[in-house]
Design a protein. Structure first.
Length: 406
């Protein structure tokens, strides 16, 4: 059952993540003698990739219905996650077993353990972690927003059950794959939280050697077996693959830019993993000279803001699917100008999160003063309703009346 001709491993990313995908490809080839299929979500350009490790596909070569519309309404993370189930369906037309891995993963062992599971189960998933926790980091409350499964990995076979599951997932992601935690969605990931209700054949793997990442290191102690020259998890399980999510290239020994619970791990071993990953990344630093995301710009070079993407999504049914939303002469361009949705000086959006809260103390103080004034003005009952309205308005890809269309 281990015939490599029937197996496929693939990943999705834009060119900016290509060197990470190359590290993944090299690690898969080393431990599995398989070539990674890399689907690049960018317009074709010159790249320098060792095709002994991987096969390159450009997303525009796939005949995806209404692709330009999808590429406009979704940002790069949303678009790649929205289409990976659709791509899986295409690959399974000719293959019997498939594994998806995020590009920021590195494989340390054979993947046959996963492929073998597909003899008995149509779909294999892994949870973010195994044991309940509430620590203000990646914990039970966070999973209520993000989903209990980490979809940086999934595996599927070509059975009828699996195809039904992938079709269900793909249909929903085509329509609603936004990072929209206020509305209960987290791109493709949150959908899978309800999938076992409809597809009880889904197998959840509790092997701690799979999908090791900063969010589960507190329950997975990594050891280096120097005699065997391999990593073990909890002294019993072989490390199959490590997910270097939010990897900190400027400080490889820290593994990630996020705060996490170290658990009982030896920091020197984790640092070694970080430096090893950085070393491999450096080998592919020249994989592409141009890492600009193609679908971030109109045809005349004007930057497409995230706000414009959401506003476009709110009125998607009013723009013809035959129109190119990226065209500077399109109705979409007129719509963006009318609603002031182009950024001045064409500057790119930089996401702000809780980790940058302290950089804006003065701004928050001003906001708090204004909100306390509003509370006094309207009273506590109306203030509660107004605050709920703010949450509703923040989902402006669902609020048509906010935007001028004519």
């Amino acid at each position: 059952m281990n015939n490599t001709n029937n197996k496929i491993v693939f990943t999705v990313c834009n060119v900016a993540y290509l060197r990470k995908a190359c590290v993944l490809a090299e690690s898969i080839k080393k431990h599995n003698n398989l070539k990674l299929k890399i689907i690049l979500f960018d317009k074709k350009r010159e790249i320098d990739v060792d095709t002994n490790f991987c096969d390159i596909y450009w997303i525009e070569d796939f005949e995806i219905p209404n692709f330009k519309s999808l590429a406009f309404k979704y940002d790069v993370i949303e678009l790649t996650t929205a289409l990976k189930s659709w791509i899986a369906l295409k690959f399974l037309e000719n293959k019997s077993k498939l594994i998806f891995l995020d590009p920021d993963i590195m494989v340390f062992n054979s993947l046959n353990l996963i492929f073998d599971k597909l003899d008995s189960y149509p779909v294999v998933l892994t949870p973010h972690y195994f044991n309940p926790k509430y620590n203000g980091l990646t914990d039970d409350a966070a999973l209520m927003r993000q989903g209990q499964y980490n979809l940086g990995f999934f595996a599927a076979n070509s059975s009828k059950e699996s195809i039904n599951f992938l079709n269900w997932w793909s249909e929903r992601c085509m329509v609603d794959c936004f990072i929209d935690t206020q509305g209960g969605l987290m791109n493709d990931q949150k959908w899978i939280s309800i999938a076992p209700m409809f597809f009880p054949f889904i197998y959840t793997s509790y092997n701690p050697g799979l999908n090791v990442a900063f969010w589960n290191l507190d329950e997975r102690d990594i050891f280096l077996d120097e005699k065997e020259a391999k990593y073990l998890v909890n002294k019993k399980y072989e490390l199959i693959f490590f997910h270097f999510s939010s990897f900190n290239s400027s400080d490889p020994k820290s593994l990630t830019k996020r705060k996490f619970n170290l658990g009982s791990n030896d920091i020197t071993i984790l640092s070694d993993l970080g430096f090893k990953y950085q070393h491999n990344l450096n080998k592919y630093i020249n994989s592409s000279k141009n890492i600009t995301y193609s679908f971030d710009y109109m045809s005349n070079g004007v930057y497409i803001s995230p706000t414009l993407r959401r506003a476009y999504a709110a009125h998607l049914d009013e723009f013809s699917n035959e129109d190119d939303p990226f065209d500077a002469n399109s109705k979409v361009y007129e719509f963006a100008k009318k609603n002031s949705l182009f950024q001045r000086k064409n500057t790119k959006y930089l996401i702000e999160g809780y980790d940058t809260y302290s950089n804006h103390n003065l701004k928050f103080k001003i906001v708090y003063i204004l909100m306390r004034f509003l509370l006094k003005l309207v009273g506590p009952n109306n203030f509660m309703n107004i605050s709920r309205l703010f949450v509703y308005l923040s989902r402006y890809h669902k609020v048509k009346d906010l935007w001028k269309i004519k």
